[in-house]
Write a protein that binds this ligand. Structure first.
Ligand code: TRP
Length: 464
């Protein structure tokens, strides 16, 4: 099966991997958790989390995928088959299948919202935006409670994602991400430039880089976010790197992905905070509460008040929708690779069946944001989550990603024979002795950090 794999070009691999990493996590979630954790110190801790936990695990996935040339499940099977524990380890390769199936419920939905808001902003820009903040919030709540529309926006994202993945690795994913990613960088830069003359800009910078007190929860949140934003533990990076050329350096590509992902998060913070700090102090608490809905309630109103707001508001949602799209593509491709490697399915069949499963999972999720009372209030984990949407998010971020990450660090750090890995790791950059550093991080630092997260989660904490 592996011989028939098509490979990414060098830049294509980077575009696809960066595309997968940059998403709603960077543009929406990172700014709001940074804001909630008081800025500067949290950014530093987050950078440390990326360097010490996120990046080593990302490199572990790259290594596993390129070495085995398989999907996540097949990769774990192949690499552990002659080792102690054998097939038991492959359970870690199956977890991403569950993870992405759940993510397919809620991430696609939020991605669909951004697309819907892009179109909505075009309408508002054309007709002249004159809504009050309360009216914008109210219209978002009406939108959430509209069950058929929620299913519709999810479906639209499922169809677009499916169509691109259907075209294949080179002519679908590589082609689209190579166009979209530079565009995205350009758009974000444009927004950042537009933010410079706004009254909130200097305070935004000060907030982002000042050093203040920090809670233990912030540490946990930083590690957890480094997983989600890099896409570690989702099996995606294993799949993508199974399409990576043998000549490409894993370390260089991996570090580039981490740097670009972090940069985009920071620039998104500058843009968002410039908007937030532009509003009078008294209104800020409501303007930027720790709420999943901020991007659709307060933000449209603020964007239209921006210089060139009529243009920037639709552009902003367009940007976020595309950032989300290059992530959803990676999730679907991961499942397609499992179905085609392990079950022998054709790409077309895999895309169709998996998309149908996504839609089936999405229906209760889409109805759980207001349309259906029972689904919206479902609480299988007590106070830790409310509703199907929230419960899926809780399960993925608190349990599934850390457990898969733990599996990765145990298997690549301890179970697999190290000389084999070293050879693969050093292709393309043998002159730098980075392997021992990586090995220490993956053997010792990552498992300790993850076990700490899991300990807190077992103790009833939630940091999603
Ligand atoms: N890294 C993405 C983000 O920051 C999340 C992500 C990666 C993702 N791959 C995915 C989400 C696949 C859904 C499906 O937003």
């Amino acid at each position: 099966m592996t011989e028939s794999r098509s490979l990414f070009g060098r830049a294509g691999f980077i575009a696809a991997a960066v595309g997968s990493a940059i998403g709603l996590g960077n543009i929406w979630k990172f700014p709001y958790i940074t804001y909630a954790n008081e800025g500067g110190s949290f950014v530093l801790v987050y950078l440390a989390a990326v360097v010490m936990v996120g990046a080593p695990l990302l490199l572990a996935e790259f290594l596993l995928g390129r070495h085995t040339g398989r999907n996540p499940f097949g990769a774990f099977v192949a690499i552990t088959k002659d080792r102690p524990g054998g097939r038991l380890w492959s359970a870690f390769g199956f977890l991403p299948v569950i993870t992405i199936s759940l993510v397919g419920g809620y991430y696609y939905l939020v991605a669909g919202w951004t697309l819907y808001y892009c179109i909505r902003c075009v309408g508002w820009a054309l007709s002249g935006f004159d809504l009050t903040p309360t009216e914008v919030s109210a219209s978002f709540n009406t939108f959430l409670a509209n069950g058929p529309l929620q299913i519709g926006v999810h479906l639209s994202f499922t169809v677009i994602t499916g169509a691109i993945v259907l075209l294949g690795v080179k002519s679908g994913i590589e082609r689209v991400t190579k166009i979209v990613m530079p565009l995205l960088g350009g758009l974000l830069l444009l927004l950042a430039i537009a933010a410079i003359p706004t009254p909130g800009f200097s305070e935004a910078l000060r907030f982002l880089f000042h050093i203040g007190p920090l809670s233990a929860d912030a540490l946990l949140e930083a590690v957890g976010h480094s997983f989600f934003t890099l896409g570690v533990g989702m099996g995606i990076l294993i799949t993508y790197s199974s399409y990576m050329s043998k000549k490409q350096s894993i370390v260089r590509s991996g570090l580039l992905v981490c740097v670009l992902d972090t940069l985009v998060g920071l620039v998104a913070c500058i843009v968002m905070f410039s908007i937030i700090f532009g509003v009078p102090e008294a209104e800020r608490a409501t303007a930027f509460s720790k709420s999943a809905t901020i991007m659709f309630t307060t933000l449209p109103h603020m964007l239209f008040a921006f210089p060139l707001g009529q243009l920037l508001a639709p552009l902003f949602y367009f940007l976020v929708a595309f950032a989300a799209l290059t992530s959803t593509i990676s999730g679907l491709e991961m499942l397609v690779s499992v179905a085609s490697d392990e079950l022998g399915w054709s790409r077309t069949r895999a895309v169709l069946v998996i998309s149908l499963v996504f839609v089936a999972i999405a229906i209760p999720t889409a109805l759980s944001v207001g349309a259906h009372e029972g689904l919206s209030n479902w609480q299988p984990f007590g106070e830790l989550s409310r509703g199907v949407f929230d419960t899926f998010d809780y399960t993925v971020s608190n349990w599934l990603l850390p457990i898969t990450g733990l599996g990765l660090s145990l298997v690549l750090g301890w179970v697999v024979l190290q000389p084999k890995l070293r050879e693969e790791f050093e292709i393309g950059h043998g002159q730098f002795k980075t392997f021992p550093i990586w090995q220490f991080l993956i053997r010792v630092v990552s498992p300790i950090a993850i076990l700490w997260i899991l300990w807190e989660v077992i103790g009833g904490r939630s940091f999603a």
